[in-house]
Design a protein around this ligand. Sequence first.
Ligand SMILES: Nc1ncnc2c1ncn2[C@@H]1O[C@H](COP(=O)(O)OP(=O)(O)OP(=O)(O)O)[C@@H](O)[C@H]1O
Ligand SMILES: [Mg+2]
Length: 247
Amino acid sequence: MPKAIEIENFSYKYPDGTVALSDIALSVEHGQRLALIGPNGAGKSTLLLAMAGFVKGTGKVLINGLQINRKNLKKIRTSLGSCLENPDDQLFMPTLFDDVAFGPLNMGLEPEQVRIRVADALQTVGLAEMADKAPHHLSAGQKRAAAIATILSMAPQIITLDEPDGSLDPKNRNNLIKLLASLHQTLVIATSNMNFAAALADRAVLLDKGRIIADGDAKKIMSDSKLMTEHGLETPNKEMSFLRNLS
Ligand SMILES: Nc1ncnc2c1ncn2[C@@H]1O[C@H](COP(=O)(O)OP(=O)(O)OP(=O)(O)O)[C@@H](O)[C@H]1O
Ligand SMILES: [Mg+2]
């Protein structure tokens, strides 16, 4: 079985010349929950964009064994769903229902099947009552949940999430942790919140200045206070690890 994500020798430079990623090698197994950690500007978002084929650099990116290129992109987008850093980039239809239905409709599902997918996804993120609401009228935390629903409705095997804990209050952050912990998908979660990462991830990849600094057991990496401080991060609170048992 091919790896969920396989990245070899990948580098990316933005058009203005900023080198965002240098020589990235990363292999993610199906079912893994990986936290992509690193300070602001480390390259986390760029790496997630590369995984979804939104930026194209040098080197190789394979999703489920398929190399990202024009021919494979449509197929890849059905197996990897990407929750972007800003939920507003993902919500553009008149109603929440339409936004969550957009992906499954695009995949060619029958209307009845689409309705079921939408209802399930909204139920899962706690927005079942809001289907008819205009997405731009949702609160920041609700937009975050809505963006996740637009991905869940496509039932991808792999989900990447960029700072999904942003703008969530503690209760909703814990709800999100429980929700993500309950998913069977391969998860790649970019975050600079170590408590959030510790509650979810089995593996951590520390990125700084576009390079992978450390890759391994999440607990081991995140409890290395020297390493974390050197890269502008902090160690998680001890008590957060108990959240792992909630799932
Ligand atoms: N559109 C862009 N054009 C030019 N440079 C960019 C662009 N987007 C990001 N960068 C640069 O690329 C580098 C990596 O940025 P990226 O957004 O991937 O970091 P990040 O780890 O996600 O940071 P944060 O924690 O702040 O979200 C940074 O130096 C940033 O300034
Ligand atoms: Mg980012």
